[in-house]
Design a protein around this ligand. Structure first.
Ligand code: SAM
Length: 234
């Protein structure tokens, strides 16, 4: 499914919110995010959750600085790391090469524009990336991801996803918690996330996933704000 020949396809290469095309932003990403998450521990948890096998081919959408793609590549046959930011792709490529990891293909593309050439893949992961698309385009993206997955293939998604009751209070508590960990500039970044980017409700995400042909195997919304979905393609 693609609308790429229309003049109204969402411009996913245009940076909205944090500018991940900025090389300085990319260079400080890992250390900045380590103020509030352990990127490697998180990535290993994702790979365990999707029960990655050494024969698997995996796509990571919004692969960023490549931490998950590199750890995945050590445990599976091939990884496709997809990101709209050329600066991220370059940074992750250099990081992989520096660690002697050669079974990752890097693609400067996005949820709406990546064309997968090859047989359907076994797993797709995406962490903190789908919120870059407005909801209608999330739906299109999820249908595209479904078409790239083999039946029974796994989709793991982790992102800012909101529960409806107390959303405002939960967001405020989340911003406060991150500000305590990362200071004023972190507070500004998280506030920008809610002002400019497109996090959605879990009930919207449930519907989008179901309509895109996924069964939700497990779902957790931590603090009413951080969502983790493990899904299987029907
Ligand atoms: C917050 S970072 C997350 C990076 C990494 N997955 C992680 O968990 O740390 C968001 C990433 O998504 C990328 N991105 C933004 N819009 C995208 C799109 N439409 N398709 C694919 N990647 C996108 C950004 O360039 C950036 O590298």
């Amino acid at each position: 499914m693609s609308c790429k020949n229309t003049s109204w396809q969402y411009a996913e290469f245009q940076q909205v919110g944090t500018d991940y095309a900025d090389t300085a932003e990319v260079a400080r990403y890992d250390s900045r995010h380590s103020d509030f998450r352990d990127l490697e521990v998180e990535a290993l948890r994702v790979l365990d959750a999707i029960e990655i096998r050494n024969t698997d081919v995996l796509i990571d959408f919004g692969s960023g600085t490549g931490t998950l793609a590199i750890l995945a590549a050590r445990r599976c046959r091939r990884v496709h790391a997809v990101d709209v930011s050329g600066a991220m792709i370059e940074h992750a490529g250099a990081k992989a090469a520096g660690q002697g990891v050669a079974n990752i293909e890097f693609h400067q593309a996005g949820f709406l524009t990546y064309e997968h050439n090859g047989p359907p893949v076994d797993g797709i992961v995406t962490t903190f990336a789908l919120h870059h698309l407005p909801d209608f385009w999330k739906g299109i993206a999820l249908k595209r991801l479904g078409a790239m997955l083999t039946p029974g293939g796994r989709l793991y998604m982790h992102d800012v996803i909101l529960e409806e009751p107390d959303a405002i209070e939960n967001i405020a508590a989340f911003i406060d918690m991150l500000a305590k960990k990362g200071g004023a500039s972190m507070k500004k970044d998280v506030e920008r996330h809610f002002k400019d980017e497109f996090s959605t409700y879990d009930w919207v995400m449930d519907g989008l996933l179901g309509r895109a042909g996924f069964t939700i195997r497990s779902k957790n919304i931590d603090g009413g704000v951080l969502g983790t979905y493990l899904c299987v393609k029907n």
